[in-house]
Design a binder for this molecule. Structure first.
Ligand SMILES: [Zn+2]
Length: 107
């Protein structure tokens, strides 16, 4: 196996594990700069310093990346994404209410 194939395989495993951590609700936000990640065997702390994330696990120490970091950075992106979704949802509800209001006046 070439190095490229090996690293692609590694990244797909990391991403699959990150998705699992998020899906299972295994990531706990302790503060704006600290997340607690409950792995299958061990527990880890991911620290956020601006755009750089660090983790306490062995995988991070060896490879400078790990599923915990991928999971936490995804959650950070998702939480600003959900603000956007909330705004879009609110606008939709207001439109629906205006429509209902108009229909009521017509009766
Ligand atoms: Zn880690």
């Amino acid at each position: 196996m070439s190095n490229e194939e090996a690293s692609g395989d590694f990244m797909s495993r990391v991403i699959a594990k990150a998705a699992w951590l998020i899906h299972e609700g295994r990531i706990v936000r302790i503060s704006e700069t600290m997340y607690y990640v409950i792995g299958r065997k061990n527990k880890h702390i991911v620290r956020v310093d601006g755009s750089s994330l660090t983790c306490t696990c062995n995988g991070y120490r060896e490879r400078r990346t790990c599923s915990h970091i991928v999971a936490v950075s995804t959650i950070i992106k998702l939480s600003s994404g959900s603000d956007y979704l909330n705004k879009v949802m609110k606008a939709r509800v207001e439109r629906e209410l205006r429509l209902i209001g108009k229909q009521m006046w017509n009766i």
